[in-house]
Design a protein. Structure first.
Lengths: 258, 849
């Protein structure tokens, strides 16, 4: 029994499921259902592949299934009857789950990092985002001064949503879907250029491109309330606070040609 | 007899293609005929061209990939003196001969469709690439005649030194094929990364520069490698089908062996394909960062998750084929215990590679996770993790193959223990280095991290070379433990070959979509905009349907070609239509549909976003057919933006200088007897004094003239917005708007800057000094608010109006203000003073706020 491939198959499948749900939850935070199903689909495929690599194992794996389907004893017949009821019930349950009215919003399908436009107009001036760099970084002597400005701006404007720990968990954060951006970790600031951050602060939710919908971001466009230098200062402050380096722009070869 | 038939058929196709080519030359001379775009019925031109181009591309890959495959096989046969290699190469050239005519016909069809549906665009491309359009058919002729010589000369050039000539012909055939691919790649890559154009006028300066654009060589290399892989994979699938229908043991043995060879060529060449892909991606990124982000992080980012799953399937099925293949080798069972470990490593790699960076999570899940990125798995979403996973998969597959190879061999050399140990150490070191760089990638900046990718590749390639270098002498005089029983492979392994070929086809369609979609709403990126109704990018789910349709058409056509190839050898025992053949075909067809269905299902279960071209209101844009919501949204922007209406008018509240417009749509039809609502609204904008509302001065400027200068399109949008305000319908049409029927041409009036003779600095001093204007007028918060605020006067009104207001202040008094401005400034101010003051006032465009 314990050595039977079909048994092993189910044990491994259930063990994988428990690992993807409970196991990862213990190690860190739970992962969303969409990812669990993706992982389970891959695992299922791999397990089937494993069962099929050797003819002997494959035959043993299949034989109980075949027997259940065509076996002539009373037990087999009983099993078939049970399956005959269970499978439609399961399908019905799945359908019910899919169509029943839900009170929670469905997972939003969206592009989280939309591409920035090539250039933006900020207070009447045109900024080329592909080449734009933070001008304040060119004045290393005044670094601390700029950080102070940035910090002040952050606590006057951003702190309420993005929080005291820069993790998108400010006082108002619970009220917003999508939640305010979390600046800590490797997923946001760490992989973005400062020009991208500048664009997001200046243009906010209203300035997102059309492919970023559906997006109900509550991020205001700060263009009218902050000067360019203030935005640059707060950008600098954020990178300093979460201890990340901004992504540098890749070497810009001349457009075209070698 | 048969041969002359096929030749005649094939020549007739070429003639057809040539006729179509000359037809396009005729079209090129009448570019305006039929306008920019055409379509057939309600079918989307883009979708038809998409599918035909994709099927044509697969055929092209087939007839280019198969000669590569055949040449390699023939060379192996020449070196090993084994007859079966020669037979194999020959069998495939026969198939590519039949495939050739289908490719030519599809090419003709594609050309015809592009000329018909996209006449202007075709004209443009033909203009840029004029010389190459003639080289192309010449290359095609060279290739086809070399192919004939290669095929018909097989027996003639069989023996001794003549075989070298034959091999040379095969090489020449591949060279022609390569030149053809390079040529077409130049056209395709020019559309992505145009080059050789005058940046001002967009006129071609250098055709060579246009050909040699930034992504030309990366795509060339990528496609060449992919074609060789494709050739091998198709050979494998063909062999799988033949194996399953074969009735004799010797046939089964032969086709089993053929499948093995096809798979080996496909997989070993495939291992370098990811690196060519990275190069292409890097060039795109370097050329244009915005394009790079669209590709990797933006609109197309989810496409790579589908790609990851598919490449996972490729690796898994290639390994699975090798493992099941061990059953036909005596002695290979000693390695079967390693299978589960290798499979586990592959599983982990596929999971890592397919983990998206930002996850699809419900609100609840996102809260529990602390954002859209998982703290642990979010790490797996970036390039460092993906690169590491793919390199480890490559090493594992290599190990599988090496274990397979030594299945029935036992090393006899004296240093065998040392040799085997060193081999394991090499693999271990390479994996450790790859993983070390992968982890380190998280702690360095992006520029350094990108440098790690080639280092990982280098480590893997070096390990493969070193391992193989030891392997050859190690097993040189190995003791055979048994033989390879060709044909003894289980049937299910053949489905792995089939899956491999099918996944390659689908992946090719997907990558084709990625490459084309990258251009977004451009025919030629940044140069020639796509203004057709098809300028949007469909969702990945929709794209997957078109890709699947292309793959199904290709599979059906290629199956027919394979069947035809069998008919030619009917006297050698092939039975035309047999029961077994039909059964296998049905089973494989069902398998094919299940696999494609799975791909479509997955592509539809990830985020579905359409990419719409950005909305700008150009003078030549068709805004009349937009839906009401868009009109309202765009009109609102104009109302408060360029139109400057909101500076004076309020919506819902009375504006500072002009009436509230909330109910204007209702009032418009009732206010003046005999004037329709639409006429009232339009006239109020282009002849503002005509229906003056009581209590307000006649101060509104014409909005269709400078400085506001709305185009007819913009007028329509503003009026549409106003009509929609109370929830009403938009009844304004194109015909109501003056000037909208004229061809768009730039206005000859200066758009804004009126030339001023005076000095604005001195004018300002006058305003806040001797002129005492500030005693009643405010500018940017300075001065008294007795008369109207003048901070944005230059945006609102014309120089003539301002002039008049100074010289004759009581002629027009802004509503709500007392008529108390002194008369006589005209006398009091000297000519210079007046000019200076005017110059100053004309600088007041609100930018000081």
């Amino acid at each position: 029994m314990l050595k039977h491939p079909l048994f092993q198959f189910f044990v491994l499948l259930i063990a994988s499921y428990l690992f993807y749900t409970l196991g990862i939850q213990v190690l860190s935070k739970p992962i969303p259902a969409t990812l669990v199903s993706q992982y389970m689909a891959i695992t299922l495929g791999v397990l089937l592949l494993y069962m099929a690599t050797e003819t002997e194992r494959w035959e043993r794996f299949k034989s109980p299934i075949y027997e259940a389907l065509i076996g002539a004893t009373g037990v087999h017949r009983m099993l078939r009857n049970v399956l005959f009821v269970l499978i439609p019930l399961f399908a019905g349950f799945q359908t019910y789950q899919a169509v029943k009215p839900q009170t929670t919003p469905p997972p939003p399908f969206r592009t989280v990092h939309p591409a920035n436009p090539e250039s933006i107009t900020f207070r009447g001036e045109s900024y080329d985002l592909t080449t734009l760099t933070n001008p304040l970084r060119a004045e290393p002597a005044k670094f601390d001064e700029h950080l102070e400005v940035g910090k002040k701006v952050y606590y006057e404007r951003c702190f309420y949503c993005h929080g005291d720990t820069w993790a998108g968990d400010g006082h108002f954060a619970k009220g917003f879907v999508p939640a305010p951006a979390k600046f800590t970790g490797d997923a946001t600031l760490a992989i973005l250029t400062e020009s991208y951050v500048f664009w997001r602060i200046a243009k906010g939710g209203p300035g997102l491109p059309r492919e970023a919908t559906p997006w109900n971001s509550a991020m205001p466009a700060w263009e009218d309330r902050l000067t360019a230098d203030e935005i640059w200062a707060v950008t600098m402050y954020l990178y300093d606070a979460v201890e990340k380096e901004p992504r540098t722009v890749l070497s810009q070869t001349e457009s075209g040609g070698h | 007899m048969k041969r002359t038939d096929s030749t005649r058929r094939w020549i007739s196709f070429l003639v057809l293609a040539l006729v179509m080519l000359s037809a396009c030359a005729v079209f090129a001379q009448v570019p305006e005929a039929g306008g920019e775009y055409r379509q057939v019925g309600k079918f989307s031109s883009r979708n038809i061209v998409w599918i035909v181009a994709q099927v044509k591309l697969m055929f092209a890959a087939f007839i280019l990939g198969v000669p590569m495959f055949a040449l390699i096989i023939e060379l192996i046969g020449f070196l090993t003196k084994e007859e079966r290699y020669d037979r194999l190469a020959r069998e495939f050239i026969k198939l590519s001969l039949i495939g050739f005519s289908a490719t030519a016909a599809l090419g003709g069809l594609l050309l015809f469709l592009i000329i018909t549906f996209y006449p202007r665009f075709w004209n443009y491309m033909a203009g840029v690439f004029k010389p190459t359009m003639w080289i192309y058919p010449i290359l095609f002729f060279c290739e086809s005649f070399t192919l004939y010589l290669y095929w018909y000369g097989w027996d003639w050039l069989k023996s001794g030194g003549r075989k070298v000539v034959h091999l040379f012909l095969g090489l020449l055939l591949n060279l022609w094929g390569t030149a053809l691919v390079f040529m077409t790649n130049a056209w395709a890559t020019f559309m992505m990364t145009p080059n050789g154009l005058d940046p001002e006028t967009g006129v071609v300066i250098s055709v060579w520069e246009a050909i040699n654009n930034a992504t030309w060589h990366p795509l060339n290399i990528h496609r060449l490698i992919a074609n060789a892989v494709f050739g091998g994979a198709i050979a494998g699938a063909y062999a799988a089908y033949k194996f399953l229908v074969a009735e004799k043991d010797e046939d089964r043995a032969y086709y089993d062996w053929m499948g093995y060879v096809g798979n080996m060529v496909a997989v070993s060449v495939f291992l370098v394909l990811p690196f060519a892909g990275y190069w292409l991606g890097k060039e795109i990124y370097d050329h244009n960062q915005q394009m790079g982000i669209t590709l990797m992080g933006g609109f197309l980012s989810w496409l790579w998750i589908i790609q990851a799953i598919m490449i996972g399937i490729l690796f898994l099925s290639a390994n699975f084929y090798l493992w099941t293949g061990m059953e036909r080798i005596d002695g290979a069972e000693r390695y079967s215990k390693y299978i589960k470990y290798m499979l586990f490593v592959l599983l982990v790699c596929v999971l890592v590679w397919s983990t998206p960076h930002s996850l699809v999570a419900s609100l609840e899940e996102a809260r529990r996770m602390g954002g859209t990125h998982h703290p642990l798995l979010g790490v797996l979403g970036v390039m460092s993790a993906k690169n590491t996973a793919v390199n480890i998969m490559i090493l594992t597959t290599f190990l599988s193959f090496m274990l397979y190879r030594r299945g029935n061999k036992e090393a006899t050399v004296s240093w065998q223990t040392a040799g085997l140990t060193i081999q394991w150490v090499i693999l271990g070191l390479a994996s450790a280095w790859v993983i070390y760089l992968g982890v380190r990638g998280y702690f360095v900046d992006a520029a350094t991290r990108i440098g790690f990718a080639p280092q990982q590749v280098l480590a893997v390639l070096l390990a493969i070379i070193a391992y193989t270098a030891i392997d050859f002498p190690l097993f040189k005089n190995a003791k055979p433990m048994g033989s390879i029983h060709w044909g003894k492979i289980p049937e299910r392994s053949q489905y792995a070959l089939f899956l491999l070929a099918l996944t390659f086809c689908w992946l090719m369609g997907l990558m084709g979509y990625a490459r084309s979609a990258l251009r977004q709403h451009w025919h030629v990126y940044g140069v020639y905009r796509d203004t057709s109704a098809d300028a949007f990018l469909p969702t990945l789910g929709q794209a997957s349907l078109r890709i699947s349709l292309s793959v199904i058409i290709f599979v059906v056509m290629i199956s027919f070609i394979f069947w035809l190839g069998g008919l030619g050898s009917i006297k050698e025992g092939f039975s035309g239509i047999s029961r077994r053949g039909i059964a296998v075909f049905a089973k494989m067809g069902a398998f094919c549909m299940v696999v494609i269905g799975g791909f479509v299902y997955f592509a539809n279960s990830i985020p579905q976003v359409e990419h719409q071209p950005p909305v700008e209101i150009g003078a030549d844009q068709d805004v009349w057919s937009l839906d009401q919501a868009t009109v309202s949204a765009m009109g609102e922007k104009l109302f408060f933006g360029k139109g400057t209406c909101g500076l004076c008018h309020g919506v819902g509240t009375a504006g500072p200088r002009a009436p509230d417009l909330k109910d204007v749509a209702k009032i418009a039809g009732e206010r003046v007897e005999g004037v329709s609502a639409n006429k009232y609204l339009v006239d109020a904008l282009v002849d503002p004094g005509v229906f003056l509302v009581e209590g307000y001065g006649n101060i509104m400027p014409r909005v269709d003239k400078p400085p506001i200068n709305l185009t007819p399109q913009e007028l329509y949008l503003v009026l549409g917005y106003l009509q929609g305000l109370g929830g009403g319908e938009i009844t304004i049409t194109k015909d109501d708007i003056p000037g909208s029927d004229q061809a768009a041409e730039p206005s000859d009036e200066a758009p804004s800057g009126v030339v001023m003779l005076g000095n604005a600095e001195q004018g300002r001093d006058l305003f806040f000094g001797a002129g005492t204007c500030y005693a009643c007028h405010q500018v940017d918060g300075e001065g008294q608010a007795v008369g109207p605020d003048l901070s944005e006067i230059a945006r609102i009104n014309t120089a003539a109006y301002i002039y008049e207001s100074i010289l004759d202040p009581n002629k027009v008094v802004v509503g709500g203000y007392p008529p108390i401005m002194p008369v006589g400034f005209g006398e009091a101010l000297g000519g210079k003073d007046l000019n200076d003051l005017m110059a100053y006032l004309m600088t007041l465009d609100g930018s000081g706020r």
